[in-house]
Design a protein around this ligand. Sequence first.
Ligand SMILES: [Zn+2]
Ligand SMILES: [Zn+2]
Ligand SMILES: [Zn+2]
Length: 138
Amino acid sequence: MARRTTRAPATDARFPVPLRGIDVDAETRCAHWEDRVDVIALRFACCDTYYPCFSCHEAATDHEVVQWPADRFDEPAVLCGGCRTTLTAAAYLSGGDACPHCGAAFNLGCREHRHLYFEVSADGAEPPDGAEQSPDSS
Ligand SMILES: [Zn+2]
Ligand SMILES: [Zn+2]
Ligand SMILES: [Zn+2]
């Protein structure tokens, strides 16, 4: 499948939303998660653009990431690479293990990383005051 690398300020014309990344295929898989089963891209508030993963953002831009803020969870923030439908952050975070539109499976492992993408703590709850979680690399 054709893969394409897109860096700022360009975006990838194959998708209905602004999207960048490294070796992105038509279902938004990228160079960093070669064998992952899920097919989503996540929107970052800093540049209002979707990326297949955190590492794609780091590679495609030169600024610090800003996670999707909790007060915008009712806006589209997740792109399903299977059907190219956008989901709101709330729908994704509260939803199931698959796209509600096309049924594409979402990787449960992503839940461990949701705090990298959304303004939530690692277990999905609101972060307690002053208790900053330090993301690890696992
Ligand atoms: Zn950004
Ligand atoms: Zn990536
Ligand atoms: Zn879908």
